[in-house]
Design a protein around this ligand. Structure first.
Ligand code: HSE
Length: 428
């Protein structure tokens, strides 16, 4: 009879509690699937006194996660504390140094230190797995590293922050401004302790950088992700984009181009009738494109106790079974140094601006766009009661540089009121 696999769980927040519950509830099922028993030896969290509505009496308690990581009765260290530095990093390094395998839900830690941690673990023959770190319950790491291992990956896209998708879709359905819905999301407990991690696109950018490393065999390069949050998206943009057949999403895109690796986590327009366009509320969606398989769409809960713990258990069972995959789908020492693309691939853009309602105003704007080589695909001017005429323009494919040049020249026309908005349209 095989020895049980002994877990040490660092962190008893939403995810840690979920892991304990699954191990307790499904002990027999897990044993059948893994071929050995999966047991918890010890747990660690900031406060032992806190009421967690869990029976932890059978487990040793450690106040210090580093001590937990070094315990002799822990084979597998589960890090569900969060944070790119401090205790999470110290304890993960301690676990690797002590010769343990690691399962982590910590996207920030891996986005910043994943390469060094993976190299250290793999040099000792140990593994770090992180299914729970990207898109919660969606098995996207497994899809990339296992299911699509025979493909050259063309593009990875996704809505990977449920809070942002909740805010954008709620703004649209309730007709509420960003600030009101942001506050609502805070009341509902959707926002991270530092809300900028969500609405600034950082959390989703961490996730994208991890997927890009696996997809393209490159070292994680979070610093090269172009990041823009959703704070400047107005209810007007959401409504006008809908009129033109689009939805606004905080969309991650990673692709290897002739100019290098492109990684973006920015607001984009996507066709309203596409799977990404139809994604509502806090749900996540990841779209993977491989040369042989074509397009795969994965959709599900990107956060929460059950979904995230489900992803942790997938990694735990793999390790219990003896499946020992490299952290990033190939040995970390063989990952290439990524060359970041200096410019993003050309795309159509959505432009919104208010023009003075005078003869020739539109012609002046069209001239600036034409001078920059930007061709107009569609245009709409709205009826208006006051002197500003709201105008929407959808361009043919152009570069971000051309759009920026055109925007910088518009004030000199003397016909554009306020700040024009430009948002990329992603073909999905
Ligand atoms: N805050 C994240 C989200 C979940 O809203 O999707 C954790 O990454």
């Amino acid at each position: 009879m095989s020895q049980p696999l002994k877990l040490g769980i660092a962190g008893l927040g939403t995810v840690g509690r979920g892991v304990v519950k699954i191990v307790q509830k499904h002990a027999d099922l897990l044993e059948k699937r893994a071929g050995r028993r999966i047991v918890i030896s010890a747990v660690s969290a900031r406060s032992r006194a806190k009421n967690r509505d869990l029976d932890l009496s059978a487990y040793a308690w450690e106040d210090d996660p580093v001590a937990l990581a070094r315990r002799k009765d822990v084979d597998l260290f589960i890090e569900v504390m969060g944070g790119s530095e401090g205790p999470a990093k110290d304890a993960t390094e301690a676990a690797i140094a002590a010769g343990k395998d690691v399962v982590s839900a910590n996207k920030a830690l891996l986005a910043h230190h994943g390469q060094a941690l993976a190299e250290a673990a793999e040099a000792k023959g140990h593994v770090i797995r992180f299914e729970a770190a990207v898109a919660g319950g969606i098995p996207v790491i497994k899809a990339l590293t296992e299911g699509l291992a025979g493909n050259e990956i063309r593009r990875v896209m996704g809505v990977m922050n449920g809070t942002c998708n909740y805010i954008l879709t709620r703004m649209e359905s309730a007709g509420l401004p960003y600030e009101t819905v942001f506050e609502e999301a805070r009341q509902l407990g959707y926002l991270e302790a530092d809300p900028n991690l969500d609405v600034g696109g950082i959390d989703a950018g961490h996730k994208l950088s991890l997927l890009a490393a696996i997809a393209f065999g490159t070292k994680v390069s979070f610093d090269a992700v172009e990041l823009e949050g959703i704070g400047r998206i107005s209810i007007d943009d959401i409504r006008r984009a809908a009129d033109m057949g689009y939805k606004i999403k905080l969309l991650g895109v990673a692709q290897m181009t002739g100019r290098g690796l492109e990684q973006r986590m920015t607001p984009c327009l996507v066709p309203a009738d596409s799977p990404l366009g139809q994604l509502q509320g806090g749900t996540n969606m990841v779209v993977l494109e491989g040369d042989s398989v074509g397009q795969i769409v994965l959709r599900g809960a990107g956060a929460g106790e059950g979904p995230t713990a489900s992803a942790i258990l997938a990694d735990v069972i793999d390790i219990a079974r003896g499946t020992r995959l490299s952290t990033f789908g190939q040995p970390a020492a063989t990952l290439a140094e990524p060359v970041a693309a200096k410019a993003t691939a050309p795309a159509p853009y959505y432009l919104r601006m208010a023009l003075t309602d005078k003869p020739g105003a539109l012609a002046k704007v069209a001239t600036v766009l034409g001078d920059e080589g930007i061709s107009i695909d569609r245009m709409r001017q709205y009826g208006h009661a006051d002197s500003d005429a709201p105008v929407l323009i959808v361009t043919h494919k152009t570069t971000r540089d051309a759009v920026n040049h055109a925007l910088s020249r518009l004030p000199a026309t003397g016909v554009v009121l306020g700040e024009p908005v430009a948002i990329r349209i992603e073909s999905v």
